[in-house]
Design a protein around this ligand. Structure first.
Ligand code: URA
Length: 253
């Protein structure tokens, strides 16, 4: 029990959240763990999921030489196709493409932006510093990488210098993500950062404008929060990310 409480305190410390919510005037003040705050605006049962246009920010170029065909592929074929993909310029400087990792029947799908340097070396998403924080974020809501969680990215190859992927790179890669979503059939998708949110929701998205809302991608609820790399640079926003994750968890019921 104490071990579990210490572990929880450690996770929340890692998230930059402890000991923010310790109550001083109640017996709980003596505890070393921290209670999760209530979700900012947990959806009510009658709340309708917002229908944000599930179209692409930029249509996949059907006639382009690099157009990707992912429809109908099984997991193995899909992952091979991603690893061998040369459909856009990102393949030129990649070490390894990064298809995704985790439970292929997960309720939770987390979508990031694109692989960084360590991910490009290892072929696995979120294994660097941002990945450590993502793991802490997962743990903070009782989840763990690979257990009922799948992690993927909007683009599967590292943008040089970790630049933001271009709209045409995201659009070219999007059929891979769409097929992953079809195969996983998650109950909820968490978009980490703006490029992921724009990929899933279409059009221009401002994180602060869409946080705390239950959005939609082809009938699957989408919650948007900050990218872990952003949170590493802006730790004061970790509490908001925590709210977003609690909101996502509450919306699953
Ligand atoms: N940032 C991302 O968006 N994805 C990764 O896999 C790693 C860092």
């Amino acid at each position: 029990m104490v071990g579990a409480m210490n572990r929880r305190a450690a996770i929340l410390r890692e998230m930059g959240l402890a000991p923010v919510w310790r109550l001083r005037s109640s017996p709980a003040a003596e505890r070393t763990d921290v209670e999760a705050p209530a979700p900012v605006s947990a959806p009510q049962p009658e709340q309708q999921q917002e229908r944000v246009r599930p179209t692409l920010a930029v249509p996949v170029p059907s006639s382009a030489a690099g157009a990707v065909v992912a429809a109908g592929l099984d997991w193995d074929t899909l992952e091979s196709a991603i690893r061998e993909c040369r459909a856009c310029r990102l393949h030129e400087r990649r070490n390894k493409a990064v298809p995704g990792v985790g439970d292929r029947q997960a309720d939770w799908l987390f979508v990031g932006e694109g692989p960084g340097a360590e991910e490009d070396q290892r072929g696995e998403p979120f294994v660097g510093q941002a990945g450590k924080l993502l793991d802490a974020m997962l743990a903070a809501i009782g989840l763990a990488r690979g257990r009922n969680v799948y992690i993927a990215n909007a683009v599967k190859c590292r943008p040089p210098g970790n630049r933001t992927p271009e709209a045409d790179e995201i659009a070219t890669c999007q059929p891979y993500l769409e097929r992953q979503i079809e195969l996983i059939q998650p109950r909820i998708i968490v978009a980490l950062g703006r490029p992921a949110a724009q990929t899933l929701l279409g059009g221009e998205v401002k994180i602060n404008a869409v946080r705390g809302r239950l959005l939609d991608h082809g009938g699957i609820p989408v919650v948007v929060t900050y990218h872990p790399a952003y949170l590493l640079r802006n730790p004061h926003d970790k509490a908001k990310a925590w709210e977003d994750l609690c909101f996502a968890r509450a919306s699953l019921g």
